[in-house]
Design a protein around this ligand. Structure first.
Ligand SMILES: [Zn+2]
Length: 185
């Protein structure tokens, strides 16, 4: 069985402000009992927490040959997150990129991008604001889930934040810029 992953094709979704995504990721961390300065265990969220929190959720690992062009994606109809084998193994080793990819897929699921899946999978028009694009929303979700404001403040700079949060320097920098633009940091 092979897939035609659409992971790299952003779709137009209902607008989500940075603030509303921050609110969502904060509430998820609180619900899961992750402390304000703790590094979130994304593998545990994926395999232990989400099955307890969501009905009809499942998680699968697929071979590289089945999805050579996507590290992960979400089958919305079944609430299924799929990670490629090498990404899953990297996640188990705690590698930053795999942690972000996993958090990104969890974002698609919890931001309910399924409701509008396939609605407008066209090239992004120049005048469409970024906050209406599914990939921007899922990346913002992943960044703020991994690096909450509390941890960003504690870290003080992207290099330190990346180490504490378990994410790349670039992802930490982008996430901290969201907090700065919102006047939070
Ligand atoms: Zn995506």
């Amino acid at each position: 069985m092979s897939f035609t992953p659409n992971e790299h094709h952003s779709i137009v979704v209902p607008a989500r402000s940075t603030a509303s995504i921050i609110g969502l990721t904060n509430s998820i961390r609180t619900t899961l009992g992750v402390g304000p300065l703790d590094q979130i265990d994304i593998g545990h969220v994926l395999e232990v927490d989400l099955p307890q929190l969501l009905d009809a959720y499942s998680f699968e690992v697929r071979d590289f040959e089945e999805m050579p062009n996507a590290e992960g994606f979400t089958l919305f109809d079944q609430s299924t997150i799929i990670l490629r084998q090498d990404v899953y193994e990297a996640l188990q080793r705690g590698e930053n990129r795999a942690r972000f990819t996993t958090a990104h897929e969890i974002g698609h699921l919890l931001l309910r991008h399924n409701m509008i899946h396939g609605l407008a999978r066209a090239p992004k028009p120049k005048d469409t604001p970024v906050y209406k694009w599914s990939e921007w929303q899922a990346n913002t979700f992943a960044g703020t889930l991994l690096l909450p404001l509390s941890l960003a403040r504690h870290a003080g700079n992207p290099a330190s934040a990346s180490l504490l949060a378990g994410m790349s320097d670039i992802a930490a920098k982008v996430t901290m810029s969201h907090y700065e633009k919102g006047g939070l940091l």
